[in-house]
Write a protein that binds this ligand. Structure first.
Ligand code: NAD
Length: 442
């Protein structure tokens, strides 16, 4: 066993909210430079404990150690980036009659952060950085399966000097603790990352108190490969764009749309890339993909292969024995109507769907309730930009599968959610704009 953590109930949320509320006046009044220095000190302490946090995350979530190091690196980069924010929360001055009007950004108050198990501390940091920078105090609820790095992070933040009550971690189930956060009258906002289904219930619950809500939800992103692309590069990059983190990635490019005339060449290259993917012990430095998070998740993922008419084209390898292993799997040809092409699988299965021309590629890419991420591979620059504008999705990459950065906004269109994390835009989600008018007429 890795660790045992007591399960909190709704009363623990009430205590955490009370602590956050008590800490709010001093935190929001702290001078911006002091708040900036504290966030930088937290980043420095995370950096000092990077390896410890990465191993803890890898063991708890079963993710490849190289990935875990990258994720904890992103945590410290996020804090470094938002350490620049307290002194740059600018307002406007607006010409009006009879005096001066200007705007200031006020913190929201106590903010509730609810995060999933797939990138536990990274996604928490995406919310904590801007929330704290803007002068809010927070209650963070990690996912039941992956609380360990959030708990350790809170210790490291306290060591770095974060005042008591500013960050409170509650480890408990979503349906009790999470729900209490959503209902609590003293919580001003819920920032949620998780499934679209739970996101829907959070939006409905938050409506009772007109809470601010941002939602980062599921995805079913398209990786669109045109025949004029560098097919070898596109095919070699495709496996980790969907099988990274064992496919448990909201940005997973799980629909690979390939122009019909290039299908055979692309598939041959893809097969060799999938078969050479190193699936194994998360703590082995060579590992690229670990097991799934739980028995339940493996069962859900496996059920997609039982569907009628599913064509398994080829599979990679996975170890035998203990662990929720699932070999990376390519379905081809898949129909856009297959369940595997419509639902978020959140596991290492990708559906390859052929298309005839640009118009069909765009129609297929948009034929989903989701709109989070995606890629376009082509050597035709004008086409790349045409398609990029036509695809209904929040982040997109051209001739690359990399679209999440600390410095650029991230979030979804359609039922992938609303609001933006990261970049300068995240601060909008943790502040209210206040307009002040000062009459100057004598
Ligand atoms: P989940 O929705 O089951 O749980 C997410 C969090 O919500 C957990 O902390 C859980 O305890 C809590 N929760 C559950 N029920 C709740 C309720 N009724 N009220 C309040 N809180 C509740 O999601 P998961 O299975 O942990 O994560 C997988 C999902 O997260 C996938 O759909 C994935 O696409 C999505 N995700 C999205 C992003 C993004 O940025 N868009 C990033 C990562 C994961």
């Amino acid at each position: 066993m890795l660790a045992e953590v007591p399960r909190a109930g709704a009363e623990a949320v009430d205590e955490a909210v009370a602590a956050a509320r008590a800490a709010l006046p001093a935190w929001r009044a702290l001078d911006p430079g002091a708040r900036a220095r504290l966030l930088a000190a937290i980043a420095a302490n995370v950096e000092e404990h990077l390896e410890e946090l990465a191993v803890l995350e890898a063991r708890n979530a079963g993710k490849a150690i190289g990935d875990a190091r990258g994720e904890i690196g992103m945590v410290l980069d996020t804090f470094r980036y938002y350490a620049g924010a307290p002194e740059r929360l600018l307002g406007d001055t607006i010409p009006v009659a009879g005096g001066h009007a200007f705007t200031v950004r006020e913190p929201l108050g106590v903010v509730g952060l609810i995060v999933p198990w797939n990138f536990p501390l990274t996604i928490a940091a995406w919310k904590l950085g801007p929330a704290l920078a803007a002068g809010n105090t927070v209650v963070l609820k990690p996912a039941e399966l992956t609380p360990l790095t959030a708990l350790r992070f809170a210790e490291l933040a306290a060591e770095a000097g974060l005042p008591q009550g500013v960050l409170n971690v509650v480890v408990g189930p979503g349906r009790t603790c999470g729900q209490r956060m959503v209902e609590h009258p003293d919580v001003a906002k819920i920032a949620f990352t998780g499934s679209t289904e739970v996101g829907r219930s959070i939006a409905a619950g938050a409506a009772q108190t007109i809470k601010r809500v941002t939602l980062e939800l599921g995805g079913k992103s398209a990786n669109v490969v045109f025949a004029d692309a560098d097919l070898q590069t596109a095919a070699q990059a495709a496996p980790l764009a969907v099988f990274g983190n064992a496919g448990q990635d909201c940005c997973a490019r799980s629909r690979i749309l390939v122009e019909q005339s290039a299908l055979d060449e692309f598939l041959a290259e893809l097969e060799s890339a999938v078969k050479s993917l190193r699936v194994g012990d998360p703590l082995d430095e060579a590992t690229q993909m670990g097991p799934l998070i739980s028995a339940g998740q493996r069962e859900t993922v496996a059920s997609f292969l039982d569907d009628e008419g599913v064509n398994v084209a080829f599979r990679g390898s996975a170890p035998e024995g203990p662990g929720y292993w699932f070999a990376p799997t390519i379905l081809c040809p898949a129909s856009p109507d297959d369940r595997a092409a419509r639902e978020e699988i959140f596991g290492p299965i990708a559906a390859v769907i052929p298309f005839r021309d640009e118009a069909e590629a765009i129609a297929l890419a948009n034929d989903t309730i989701y709109g989070l991420s995606g890629s376009i591979w082509t050597r035709d620059g004008a086409r790349a930009l045409r398609v990029a504008r036509a695809v209904e999705t929040g982040v997109l990459s051209i001739n690359s599968n990399s679209s999440v950065r600390v410095t650029t906004p991230f979030g979804g269109f359609k039922q992938s959610g609303y609001g933006r994390e990261l970049g300068p835009h995240a601060l909008d989600a943790y502040t209210e704009v206040k307009t002040i008018y000062y009459a100057t007429e004598a």
